[in-house]
Ligand binder design. Structure first.
Ligand code: HEC
Length: 144
């Protein structure tokens, strides 16, 4: 291959990488800065929970704790949104008190999980993760 061809091939690869980076950044921003804080919370939660399941599966409390740390502040924004009408609960929206209670309970269990993870208490980590999964399913059944 001559030098020109190599150079143009490299240029093409670099441009492709740049295009992917821009596209990813754009997609990320449109999710994270979305007008609906509930969707935003769910997108963050979805990523965090996958990491939690994986870390609990191998009994790694440090990874669990690190993942949960990135959740801070998202619930507060959701509750603010519930009160200011920026959060639209898709189903049974009139049962908003129940929704907030479920969300609070959920986040309380997340806190307990963070403590268990800090102590690397694998038994409690497992029980709480199972509880949390049941709560995802239960809330979605009623409100999603
Ligand atoms: C207190 C209620 C509640 C809990 C707990 C909850 N969710 Fe949600 N979630 C919702 C609602 C409501 C929606 C629908 C939002 C919308 O479409 O406006 C939703 C949407 C989602 C979505 C968007 C996907 C889609 O197709 O609509 C994902 C992903 C998600 N939740 C993941 C999770 C995971 C994972 C957990 C548990 C670790 C969880 N959620 C716990 C209420 C909850």
């Amino acid at each position: 291959m001559d030098r020109k061809k190599v150079v143009s091939m490299f240029t093409a690869i670099i441009m492709l990488i740049a295009a992917i980076a821009v596209a990813e950044n754009h997609a990320h921003k449109s999710i994270v800065s979305g007008a609906n804080p509930l969707i935003e919370e769910m997108m963050i939660l979805d990523g965090v929970f996958r990491e939690v399941v994986s870390a609990v599966a191998v009994g790694n409390g440090e990874r669990v704790h690190k993942a949960l740390h990135s959740m801070h502040g998202t619930m507060e924004k959701t509750h603010e949104g519930v009160h200011h009408g920026t959060v639209k609960i898709p189903k049974n929206a009139h049962r908003v008190k129940e929704f907030v209670k479920m969300d609070k309970q959920f986040h309380h269990n997340l806190e307990l999980l963070a403590h268990a993870a800090e102590e690397n208490d694998t038994k409690r980590m497992t029980t709480l993760t199972q509880k949390l999964l049941a709560a995802c399913v239960s809330c979605h059944k009623t409100f999603r």
